[in-house]
Design a protein around this ligand. Structure first.
Ligand code: ADP
Ligand code: MG
Length: 502
């Protein structure tokens, strides 16, 4: 029997407001326990919640970005349950009428493109935290997180593998950061996923019984948890058993999921509209204003890079991983222009290659570097590329300059919260001049060097003539070395080819 995997994700994105969703207490992460819980968060008698407009605006921004319906009227409801980290005895959430309904997210897995439908996105408050470490025989309660605004984004059960679920989660993660509604910090719990997983016989259109794996806060855990859960469910069914609908937890150390509690049904929560809060009315002007202020979205930008700049799909994807890298790329391209010049597709491709293969790679080498923390400014990179395009320096020299400026930027920024760029556009030109890094394009000079290299390497010349292509590269390398890397590599190639053919 072949099995089909069915996955739907519920994602909690912490909205990046300075204060909580129903109180004025700070949402900043990492404060001493219970220093950021006010009377409302503690549920003292007589207090009343007041809705934070910033949270509503962020929810609307999300809804518009995924092409969803913004409900003009939505309702806050009480979700009742007992837990020590929930002082009110209920969580304020949205139930029957969420602020955002529908919409979709496009994902790519390998060559395949797929649309994952969204069910809804609703506003709610987070609960506090139970602390088990540092307490013997008891549990500590930290209510700093209580009342932190969340957007819970619920997908339809449209994903068919762990890889699709991860692609969806990554796309969503990039989007909420792109539109600036959530900082996306997964270690701090600002973005976490619950994975609903079931299996069914291939070809069946009835959904199987699902289990929900709670609070996955890394893409790797999401993938591992789903894969484990799929194997577990198939094994049970093939052994003649039945899946029990339940909530499970993933243990990354053991690499397995285990039962946490049997799944509550909605009626267990005794949802009802919160009498302390009026229904949320979203006005047309707020929607149109938010729409106008929405930045170019990742999919739109990716499309533009392909159709207008002539980049490949992969290049466009890499340059839209976040808004900073794309903005940086565009600014590098502009700075690589001579005045009055306009760039062609080949020039954009050259800049894209620099940003992807050099800048992005260098950023990846450093742990926890914010996406905007470029060690070299875009105008300096643009200047280096311009000098290469003009033939003033060769690509190798350009890369050396970049590496040197990058290191300088890294050193300058060490121990500081802000980032200081290494190198400057004019410094680029000064160094080229003062250190004599200009490209050697004098055919006579290169020919002389090539002659010397050929004379000194009779064996490699023989190898090349016997059909060993590699020997040619080695000869080019030696000629480049003899010019301290400054020769025009194309000329070296041509002259060498010509001489070897003689
Ligand atoms: P609840 O709110 O009780 O968790 P929902 O019906 O709202 O339940 O569904 C929550 C999530 O579970 C959604 O993302 C949905 O797509 C997904 N889901 C529902 N049924 C299944 C199923 N049989 N297999 C996998 N995912 C499912
Ligand atoms: Mg659920």
């Amino acid at each position: 029997m072949k099995w089909e995997v069915v996955i739907g994700l519920e994602t909690h994105a912490q909205l990046s407001t300075a204060s909580k969703i129903f109180s004025g207490a700070s949402t900043a992460f990492g404060a001493e326990p219970n220093t950021q819980a006010c009377a409302v968060d503690l549920a003292l008698p007589g207090v009343l919640p007041v809705l934070n407009k910033g949270a509503v605006e962020r929810a609307i921004r999300f809804g518009l970005a995924v092409d969803a319906n913004i409900n003009r009227r939505s309702v806050f409801a009480r979700k009742n349950y007992f837990y020590p980290d929930l002082p009110k005895g209920y969580q304020i959430s949205q139930y029957e009428l969420p602020v955002v309904e529908g919409g979709s997210i496009k994902i790519h897995v390998g060559e395949m493109e797929k649309t994952v439908r969204l069910t809804r996105a609703h506003l709610e408050e987070d609960a506090g935290k139970s602390l088990h470490e540092d307490f013997q025989g008891s549990t500590g309660i930290d209510l700093n997180r209580a009342g932190t605004p969340l957007l819970e984004i619920v997908s339809e059960p449209d994903m068919r593998s762990a890889a699709e679920a991860v692609a969806y989660a990554k796309k969503l993660h990039a989007l909420v950061r792109w539109i600036d509604i959530c900082d996306g910090n997964m270690q701090e719990g600002s973005f976490r996923c619950d994975a609903n997983v079931s299996v069914r016989p291939e070809g069946s259109d009835k959904l199987g019984t699902r289990c929900e794996i709670k609070n996955l806060n890394s893409f790797r855990f999401l993938e591992q948890a789903i894969n484990f859960e799929v194997r577990r469910q198939i094994e049970i069914i093939e052994d003649g058993g039945k899946i029990v609908q339940e909530t499970r937890l993933y243990d990354p150390d053991k690499g397995e999921t285990r039962s946490m509690r049997s799944k509550e049904d909605a009626h267990d929560y005794r949802y009802f509209p919160d009498p302390d809060l009026l229904p949320l009315e979203v006005t047309e002007p707020l929607i149109s204003e938010t729409k106008e202020n929405l930045p170019e979205l990742p999919d739109q930008r990716q499309q533009r890079y392909v159709s207008e700049l002539g980049l490949s799909h992969n290049e466009a994807t890499a340059l839209t991983a976040n808004r900073d890298i794309g903005d940086y790329f565009e600014s590098v391209a502009l700075s690589s222009l001579k005045s009055g010049e306009s760039l062609g597709n080949a020039d954009f491709k050259l800049c894209a290659n620099w940003v992807i293969n050099d800048i992005a790679a260098k950023m990846n080498e450093e742990e926890n570097l914010p996406s905007w923390a470029f060690r070299v400014s875009s105008d300096t990179v643009g200047r280096i590329i311009l000098r290469i395009r003009e033939g003033a320096i060769n690509a190798r020299t350009g890369k050396n300059l970049l590496a040197r400026f990058w290191e300088e930027g890294r050193r300058n920024s060490e121990g500081r919260g802000n980032y200081i760029h290494g190198g400057a556009p004019d410094e680029t030109d000064e160094i080229i001049r003062e250190e004599g890094l200009g490209q050697v394009s004098d055919a006579g000079a290169i020919e002389k060097i090539v002659d010397e290299v050929l004379a000194a390497n009779a064996q490699q010349v023989a190898d090349y003539q016997a059909g060993k292509e590699k020997a040619f590269n080695s000869l080019v390398g030696q000629a480049m070395k003899a010019t301290k890397g400054k020769a025009n590599p194309q000329q070296v190639n041509e002259i060498l080819k010509r001489k070897l053919a003689q």
